[in-house]
Ligand binder design. Structure first.
Ligand code: ASP
Ligand code: MG
Length: 416
């Protein structure tokens, strides 16, 4: 089971989550937790301050204060062991913010990984208080990755060994295993992360290696929705869909599932359930091999803060394979994921998430060889199983910068 940060924003959320763990603990159970609430965003801000050489004090104490306040709400008296474990983590975070790293991505992973370290520590102690027999196993000892910081790839051979040797014995004696999502370690034991929202992927890795009967992602919405309910009040729950369709949705940015989550489950035919944590009597969205329901519902995925960069050669010669190779190299070196691309004779247009630091470095690497034009503040709307009516409705009065269509999917890059 995986519990995301939105479910654990405060003490009552953690209590609810713990009750669910208790309810399902009669069978072998592994629990993957994210950072509390918006902690990862707060740590990202702290990381930017670290990079810019600004004071990290205020941000650090804010994070500390939040965690202490949730903990005090949960425990009438703070247990000595918990308080010393939390103190240790805060000291380590402070050290991490005062360390020099080989590169900024390594710094990011080391700093940002503390969100999950802190949440798992609090939840583990709370389960102990509820007398649920459990064991906290640090994901840095389970999920072994390469050193591609911020988007590390799993070393399946090592990870399989560590999970088998450490998790199974605990499950065998009836303990609930708690671990952190999103984080891992490379061969040298340095913290790595699997990409934002990567906790789902952690649950899928564990599910695959342990041959789980099912993997459940608990949500504060009824299941996998066909659109973000915060944006479209008409959003509805999808009852079932295939792994293939889920991969497509995740690829286009449906934030409910991390894109890498499905593959390890599909490989072993393990169902993925997306369930509302506030009511276990409601039926979950179930993601399996069954494709029967895939085309019955249109799904809308919206990504804000998109940049469209148009790249052309300086002498307006054709954009050919050699240029593309050079362009892709620059994107890959700067770890920029491309959301959409399109080319014409003399220009190549690329859409990606806005990130000032990465954009600056991208532009400085490309501007020697190419002419560049860019627009920011755009919105990328993807519709799966679209109809022209829905497409027009969503465009409304927006200015359209780029359209890409296939039989099932339309992508629109627009501005309000
Ligand atoms: N806490 C991490 C994030 O917010 C990982 C996750 O939630 O899945 O990106
Ligand atoms: Mg999260």
């Amino acid at each position: 089971m995986k519990f995301g940060g939105a479910l654990m924003e405060n003490a009552s959320g953690i209590e609810r989550v713990s009750k669910l763990i208790e309810e399902f603990s009669c069978e072998p159970l592994v629990v993957v937790v994210s950072a509390l609430g918006k902690t990862t965003n707060a740590l990202e801000k702290l990381y930017h301050k670290y990079l810019d050489g600004e004071s990290i004090e205020e941000g650090f104490f804010e994070i500390k204060k939040n965690h202490i306040s949730v903990t005090l709400d949960l425990f009438s008296t703070m247990d000595d062991e918990l308080s010393s474990n939390l103190d240790k983590l805060f000291e380590q975070l402070l050290d991490a913010l005062n360390t020099e790293y080989s590169n900024r991505y390594e710094a990011y992973d080391c700093i940002v990984s503390f969100g999950e370290e802190l949440s798992s520590c609090i939840i583990f102690h709370f389960l102990k208080k509820l007398k649920i027999s459990s064991r906290l196993i640090n994901a840095k000892c389970l999920i072994i990755t390469d050193s591609n910081f911020t988007d590390a790839s799993v070393n399946w051979e090592y990870t399989s060994k560590t999970i088998t040797s450490r998790v199974i014995p605990a499950l065998d004696i009836g303990e609930v295993v708690i671990t952190q999502g999103f984080i891992g370690a490379d061969g040298l034991g340095r913290s790595t992360t699997l990409g934002r929202e990567g906790s789902d992927f952690t649950a899928a890795i564990l599910g695959n290696i342990l041959d789980a009967d099912e993997v459940t992602i608990w949500k504060n919405v009824p299941g996998l929705m066909n659109a973000d309910p915060a944006r479209y009040t008409s959003a509805i729950k999808i009852d079932s869909l295939s792994y293939h369709e889920a991969i497509e949705l995740a690829y286009y940015g449906a934030s409910v599932i991390h894109p890498k989550t499905i593959q390890p489950l599909k490989q072993k035919g393990i169902p993925l359930l997306v369930r509302p944590y506030y009511d276990t009597s409601l039926s979950p969205t179930s993601i399996t091999n069954d494709m029967g329901n895939d085309s019955t519902t249109s799904s809308i995925i919206v990504k804000d803060n998109q940049v469209l960069l148009s790249i052309s050669t300086k002498n307006l010669s054709f954009i050919a394979e050699e240029n593309l190779k050079q362009i892709f190299d620059v994107f890959s070196r700067n770890k920029i994921h491309i959301n959409l691309m399109q080319n014409s004779a003399v220009s190549f247009s690329v859409c990606f998430n806005e990130d000032d630091i990465k954009l600056e470095s991208l532009i400085s690497e490309l501007k020697g060889a190419f002419s560049l034009k860019y627009n920011s503040g755009l919105q990328l709307i993807t519709i799966r199983h679209y109809s022209n009516k829905l497409e027009n409705e969503l465009i409304g009065n927006k200015k359209v910068y780029l359209v890409q269509k296939s039989r099932v999917t339309v992508q629109l890059l627009v501005k309000e």
